[in-house]
Design a protein around this ligand. Structure first.
Ligand code: AMP
Length: 356
């Protein structure tokens, strides 16, 4: 049985971005302090937290000092080096654990785990070491296919859609020699996700299914709850989380096909942009839920009371903050980033709809 962290305990967060910031704000409501570890001074998370350590993610001495000063350590992005996760685990509990990171960091490990261990449906995929392998695998599943780097891909980066064999050489070369996997193209009707939490006792709570719209490969809008939630996504999330002995909040992203079938695209072992609507849904928000889970608290209520549409403010969208702040049914969440760069997530707006 895991000890429950009382108010006054310190939660360590690897990463200083907006997810860390919103985790820290939620923790502070519960009387817990946060300690942010991040290479950059003045990060969105550190600006609202009690403690900060500045250091590189591969500085194992700094990680030791940081973890030694925390009661539990979590992370707000999944590309934490394995050695850093191992080092942090020596001096504090790491939640979610190193296995979740290992699975989520590598698309081949992830898809293999999802298909063979969690028993959920994924697109057909192959490990392709050479362009010859890629052509052979693509002939088997049929074009179009997608090439993706196994590691460090996000928001559509490190991937290429290939419509015919004639395009394969150039597409494969565009991966710059990084290890890649090839996926069959899923002709989906829509993209949906589910955010769920699990704690040390195996208690599980899922928010309703969410429908997601992307623009330029970046999440634009999440509609919560999505129509047609039949509980299948939550069941799959539970199988995945039980299989990883997961502690914390995790998001599972799906392609939904014309017949309603759900195919898992990927998991994110952390709070997720498609769960930001929970802050204004009248339920325990995903940030508090994550803190509750890793602090050994009982999970909060994940049943929202109203419809919410979350819209991201990307780059210059955030320049409209003054106008957005006047909409009576909208709540503005800004991340405290000084520079409005193209493609940068600056904040989001939750527009509150009808009661459920
Ligand atoms: P990912 O980085 O895997 O989340 O992919 C980014 C986006 O590319 C997804 O949200 C989809 O819109 C699209 N995509 C990725 N993989 C596939 C696939 N196998 N079939 C169709 N679309 C895909």
């Amino acid at each position: 049985m895991k000890a429950v962290l009382a108010p006054g305990a310190t939660i360590g967060i690897l990463g200083g971005g907006q997810l860390g910031r919103m985790l820290s704000l939620a923790a502070s409501r519960l009387g817990l302090d946060c300690h942010i570890y991040c290479p950059d001074a003045g990060s969105p998370a550190a600006r609202v937290s009690r403690y900060e350590t500045l250091g590189a993610y591969d500085d194992l001495d700094a990680i030791k000092r940081f973890a030694g000063a925390c009661d539990v350590v979590t992370y707000e992005f999944e590309n934490i080096p394995a050695g850093t996760a191992a080092q942090a685990s020596k001096y504090a509990e790491l939640a979610p654990g190193a296995r979740a990171l290992e699975v989520a960091q590598d698309r081949l490990t992830e898809k293999t785990f999802l298909r063979d261990k969690a028993g959920v449906k994924v697109v057909e995929f192959s490990d392709v070491a050479t362009v010859f392998d890629a052509k052979r695998a693509a002939r088997r599943v049929g074009y179009p296919v997608i090439l993706k780097t196994r590691r460090f891909g996000y928001d559509g980066k490190g991937q290429a859609k290939v419509d015919s064999e004639a395009e394969m050489d150039a597409a494969f070369a565009s991966m710059n020699g990084a290890p890649v996997i090839m996926e069959a193209f899923a002709p989906f009707k829509r993209e949906v996700s589910i955010v769920a939490a699990r704690n040390h006792s195996g208690e599980f709570a899922a928010y309703p299914l969410i429908e997601n719209e992307h623009r330029n490969h970046i999440l634009h809008k999440s509609i919560a709850p999505a129509s047609g939630d039949d509980g299948a996504a939550a069941q799959m999330a539970k199988r995945i989380m039980d299989g990883l002995d997961y502690v914390g909040v995790m998001a599972t992203e799906f392609f939904q096909m014309d017949d309603g079938a759900l195919v898992v695209n990927e998991i994110a072992p952390r709070v997720h942009n498609s769960g930001h609507w929970t802050q204004d849904g009248g339920c325990t928000d995903q940030f508090e839920q994550h803190i509750r889970a890793i602090a050994g608290w009982p999970l909060g209520n994940a049943m929202p009371k109203r419809n919410v549409v979350m819209t991201n403010l990307i780059g210059r969208d955030a320049a409209n903050w003054e106008k957005l702040a006047t909409f009576p049914n909208s709540r503005l969440h800004m991340y405290g980033k000084s520079e409005m760069r193209d493609g940068r997530k600056m904040g989001h707006v939750n527009t509150i709809g009808d009661a459920l």
